[in-house]
Design a protein around this ligand. Structure first.
Ligand code: 5GP
Length: 183
């Protein structure tokens, strides 16, 4: 059954599981190739949207790691990016000399990733990679290199699996397209 306000399911629960497993394996292979004693993996989730994906992803990464979170705001309660990305809550841990993996729910214009990458590079991590569950290649305004990418989707407003509209829908277990009439 499709939930209220959802017109179409874009990524089903089963597909999400497959994608997360694949991404976990890619991340594990990438960092596992290095000398394990040397790798000091810090996985950073961007709140709030990434919290569900982050929880699933870290359990598919078969390496020692620590986690931290950052909160950024760009959208408010609307659906169009303001382009003005603000840090609402900063990290608790230092990234210096660490292998940092930033985890995002969705890359749209690329502004959020670009801002976070610039900010964290200034703090001298040993390495910095980015992972997103969803990617909207058509809406890119700022060029960002995504190292680990889940699913490319068209330029439509989606909710579920951590993604919200006006703070609702984050608990849907799938990715769905929201009824335009609600936006
Ligand atoms: P960017 O800075 O790349 O334009 O946007 C990234 C942020 O915009 C995401 O973390 C997310 O909060 C929001 N966003 C972009 N597209 C969507 C969408 O289709 N649905 C929802 N719920 N949020 C989106």
């Amino acid at each position: 059954m499709v939930d209220r306000g959802i017109v179409r399911i874009l990524v089903t629960e089963e597909e999400i599981k497959r994608v997360v497993k694949r991404l976990g394996a890619e991340v594990t292979a990438f960092y596992g190739q290095r000398d394990k004693r040397d790798t000091d993996l810090l996985v950073i989730g961007l709140l709030r949207g990434s919290f569900v994906f982050m929880a699933d992803l870290v359990r598919e990464i078969k390496l020692p790691l620590t986690v931290d979170f950052m909160a950024l705001s760009s959208y408010g309660d609307g659906t169009t990016s303001s382009g003005d990305v603000k840090v609402v809550m900063d990290l608790d841990t230092s990234v210096e000399k660490r292998d940092v993996l930033i985890v995002e729910d969705i890359v749209d214009t690329g502004r959020t990733f670009s801002k976070v990458i610039r900010m964290l590079k200034n703090r001298n991590p040993r390495s910095l990679r980015v992972c997103t569950f969803l990617n909207k290649p058509e809406s890119r305004v700022v060029d960002v290199k995504v190292d680990f990418c889940g699913v490319d989707i068209p330029n439509e407003f989606v909710v579920g699996y951590g993604l919200d509209y006006a703070q609702e829908y984050r608990n849907l277990p799938y990715i769905g397209v929201l009824d335009q009439a609600l936006l």
